[in-house]
Design a protein around this ligand. Structure first.
Ligand SMILES: *[C@@H]1O[C@H](CO)[C@@H](O)[C@H](O)[C@H]1NC(C)=O
Ligand SMILES: *[C@@H]1O[C@H](CO)[C@@H](O)[C@H](O)[C@H]1NC(C)=O
Ligand SMILES: *[C@@H]1O[C@H](CO)[C@@H](O)[C@H](O)[C@H]1NC(C)=O
Ligand SMILES: *[C@@H]1O[C@H](CO)[C@@H](O)[C@H](O)[C@H]1NC(C)=O
Ligand SMILES: *[C@@H]1O[C@H](CO)[C@@H](O)[C@H](O)[C@H]1NC(C)=O
Ligand SMILES: *[C@@H]1O[C@H](CO)[C@@H](O)[C@H](O)[C@H]1NC(C)=O
Ligand SMILES: *[C@@H]1O[C@H](CO)[C@@H](O)[C@H](O)[C@H]1NC(C)=O
Length: 237
């Protein structure tokens, strides 16, 4: 009984998690959960289970707008967003070899609640990855990754062909398709080094004696951290 309640909850959480690329488009609807993708398509690397598009969309050689709805992320009011580019068509499924080229630094997304929420994020001028130059006619794939707080990630992609800036085939960007919803917030992600590579760790502070002392000084509260099996064993003796 408990098992089935748990399963239902997990399935409903996954079923509502999604990200939709609204500009410049997407490979297609991958908000699908079926026997092939029992956890939902969007969790599949690199593009949420969607194959490379034949219907590429056009995007400027100097970069342009990317808009998405980070979605109904039930139970997760925070996420981390990545926007990457993969070059060419020499990889699997006539897509890129990899998606290893970040276009913007990763950033934190703050949702309005732990419940599902609508809302749009638009980055109006996403540049090409550092030190890259594209020519009109080159193909590439833009990947948006939404990293959940539990460490799994949702993926959605759009396949593009580069064109000169101002080309009429580039979708018009305006306040209808490129805006930030007021109920979504953003945060910076900093990496704070706590131990340099190769640094000598001070053994005295991490010795067993120090750990025992810190347990003693916590006055018994540490019992809560005894692993369950060990705790049960202690009850028996
Ligand atoms: C490509 O075609 C698919 C399937 O019809 C559609 O869902 C998707 O939005 C299209 N993508 C673009 C970029 O036009
Ligand atoms: C699940 O959906 C995907 C995408 O539409 C499809 O390719 C696949 O065949 C489906 N699997 C089943 C078992 O229906
Ligand atoms: C990743 O893709 C780039 C561009 O296609 C390519 O130059 C590079 O060798 C690839 N890296 C790996 C590890 O395959
Ligand atoms: C880019 O993709 C289009 C559509 O799939 C294809 O016709 C074209 O040959 C590709 N261009 C290159 C340079 O691979
Ligand atoms: C924005 O551009 C889209 C697509 O061209 C168009 O449908 C929409 O009416 C435009 N909105 C405004 C406010 O101009
Ligand atoms: C939306 O917010 C992001 C992050 O602060 C910002 O980079 C971007 O320019 C904003 N988009 C618009 C359309 O103002
Ligand atoms: C190591 O830790 C001890 C106790 O905290 C301290 O007295 C000592 O200065 C530390 N040594 C180094 C090299 O940091």
């Amino acid at each position: 009984m408990l098992g089935s309640v748990f399963t239902t909850l997990v399935l409903s959480t996954l079923a509502t998690a999604h990200i939709i690329l609204t500009y410049p488009g997407w490979r297609g609807n991958n908000l699908i959960e079926n026997d092939t993708f029992p956890y939902g398509m969007q969790w599949m690397y690199p593009c949420g289970g969607m194959g490379t598009s034949r219907n590429r969309t056009y995007w400027p050689t100097l970069g342009g707008a990317i808009a998405f709805q980070p979605g109904w992320f039930q139970g997760h009011d925070k996420a981390t967003l990545y926007v990457n580019l993969g070059f060419g068509t020499d990889g699997p499924d006539n897509g890129p070899k990899n998606m290893s080229f970040p276009m913007v630094p990763p950033f934190g997304l703050l949702g309005p609640s732990k419940g599902p929420y609508p809302g749009t994020v638009c980055l109006p001028q996403v540049p090409l990855p550092a030190n890259t130059v594209m020519s009109p006619g080159d193909n590439a794939t833009i990947q948006v990754v939404e990293l959940a707080q539990h460490g799994a990630a949702l993926y959605s992609c759009v396949d593009i062909t580069f064109v000169e800036p101002g080309d009429p085939r580039v979708g018009h960007v305006n306040e209808t398709n490129c805006f930030n919803s007021t109920d979504l917030g953003f945060s910076d992600i900093y990496t704070i080094t706590t131990k340099e590579v190769g640094a000598i760790v001070n053994a005295t502070t991490t010795s067993a004696a120090a750990i025992v002392n810190s347990i003693r000084s916590s006055g018994g509260a540490w019992m809560g951290y005894v692993p369950l099996v060990l705790g049960a064993f202690w009850l028996l003796i």
